[in-house]
Design a protein. Structure first.
Length: 471
């Protein structure tokens, strides 16, 4: 076998080396199947094909001294560490990742098994080709080497006739409850410690922590009958004592039942006061780009536009780009004028194939940043200040790094009695820009041959604008 890569990861106790080995020339096509143990979960687990390599699989390490007791297994995602204890699942954000005991007092969130067996049989299944090495300090007696990695961990008979299987791909853990024929799923009950749980309108269990929130998606509940998945109705139930259980519809008690919620970590974006997101989109690389309006003076900025180092208005438009993991900011910038007290809003966003962001919104600032050669580089009023009786639309283009304003223009000219508020933006294959929104018709310019010209008696109308790619 040949060594493919060795990745150092700095942790609280030293350096971890995660080493992959592979045979053959293709990592992405190499797949293994984690075989089920005989009897209990049968064909339900056998159907799971798990990629051996490629960076997408959640890897579980048994505790061989690198973690404190009573941890049995642990896994790391991009956002937090997951500790598997005999009595609980413990989540700790990476910003707090040390090697102190993952107890309920230190953890940001813990899910305790209520009424479960105190000493379940916890085993790693689906051994992977990767290993982990821990070299901490100068004393080799404190080192751990060739720690195996597994694709999943099974809590066998955690409740009578109920197994819990922990696994995941794309750094999103899943917790499959396998209820054997004749067993009662109402035994399953979890107590949330260290955080406040809620159930949102989608039926997801939301556990809020200081760094963001942990979300257990509404469970998918099913049985397999003659090779076909039969979906069973069901949902979370939240009790007054912060305990969670499942409400499950009618099912065949002579067959195994699978309860499958996925764990998703999401993050907050904003400062210390009221900030709002208007729209989000995803580029071709999976990066996430958000536009909105910030009131906070301490809204997080990363690689901002050189002309936008801080907030000067009462409200400021912002554009923020996350990487595909949602864990890191690629850029985050304000976009607005310079007159104190102005109101600039970001309303809509689109991204082209190159990753450029096309953004649109509204302003009452007569000094909103525009670029040379823009369609309307200066407001109609011709002076710097605030327009007391107008709101003008704007459209701009940011490069993929967020550090360069490729173009920016007003839409109608910030003169008195002007109102143009774009709420939607789209691109065509040729790079042309389409905007739609509200306008005050008597002061809104239309082009010759337009579907409908200005109605001087109207007080509010809808506009559609097409601009070429360079405005």
């Amino acid at each position: 076998m040949r060594q493919v890569t060795a990745v150092p990861i700095l942790l609280g106790i030293g350096v971890v080396l995660l080493v992959f080995f592979a045979s053959g020339s293709s990592r992405s096509s190499k797949r293994i199947t984690a075989l089920p143990r005989p009897g209990s979960i049968g064909h339900l687990a056998k159907a799971r094909n798990i990629p051996a390599l490629g960076g997408e699989l959640l890897r579980f390490e048994p505790n061989e001294g690198q973690f404190p007791e009573p941890t049995k297994f642990a896994a790391r995602t991009k956002n937090y560490s997951l500790f598997l204890l005999p009595t609980a699942l413990v989540l700790r954000p990476l910003t707090h990742l040390d090697q102190g005991t993952p107890s309920r007092t230190q953890a940001r969130a813990a899910l305790l098994f209520v009424g479960a067996t105190r000493r379940p049989n916890i085993v790693g299944v689906g051994k992977l080709q990767s290993i982990s090495n821990y070299f901490h300090g100068a004393d080799p007696r404190h080192w751990q080497s060739r720690v195996p990695n597994y694709s999943r961990v099974e809590y066998r008979n955690l409740y009578e006739g109920v197994d819990l299987i922990c696994h995941g791909e794309h750094s999103e853990p899943e917790f499959d409850w396998i209820v054997e024929p004749g067993a009662d799923p109402e035994q399953i009950r979890l107590s949330v410690q260290g955080a406040k749980p809620t159930i949102d309108r989608l039926g997801d269990l939301v556990i809020r922590v200081p760094e963001g929130e942990v979300r257990l998606k509404r469970p998918v509940i099913y049985q397999e009958v003659d090779g076909t998945r039969r979906v069973i109705s069901g949902r979370f139930i939240l009790w007054a004592n912060k305990q969670i259980s499942f409400k499950i519809g009618n099912f065949d008690r002579t067959r195994s039942l699978v309860i499958d919620p996925m764990l998703v970590y999401s993050t907050y974006l904003g400062g210390s006061t009221d900030d709002e997101a208007a729209q989000v989109t995803v580029d071709g690389s999976g990066n996430i780009v958000v536009i909105g309006t910030a009131q906070s003076n301490n809204f997080p900025l990363v690689n901002p536009l050189p002309s936008q180092p801080n907030k000067t208005g009462f409200l400021e438009a912002f554009v923020t780009k996350f990487d595909a993991s949602g864990s890191n900011l690629v850029y985050s910038t304000y976009l607005g004028g310079t007159v104190p007290g102005h109101v600039d809003r970001g309303n809509a966003i689109a991204v082209d194939a190159s990753g450029n962001a096309y953004i649109t919104g509204e302003t009452n600032d007569l000094n909103f940043p525009t670029t040379p050669g823009a369609y309307l580089p200066a407001p109609g009023a011709g002076t710097v200040g605030l327009c007391g009786n107008c709101i003008d639309g704007w459209v701009a283009k940011l490069d993929p790094t967020g550090s360069s304003l490729l173009f920016s223009t007003y839409l109608t000219g910030n003169s008195n009695n002007v109102l143009s508020i774009p709420f939607g933006i789209a691109l065509d294959a040729g790079g042309n820009i389409y905007l739609a929104g509200d306008a005050y018709p008597p002061a809104f310019l239309t082009t010759p041959g337009a579907y409908r010209n200005v109605d001087p008696t109207a007080t509010l109308g809808v506009f559609i604008i097409k601009l070429n790619s360079d405005c």
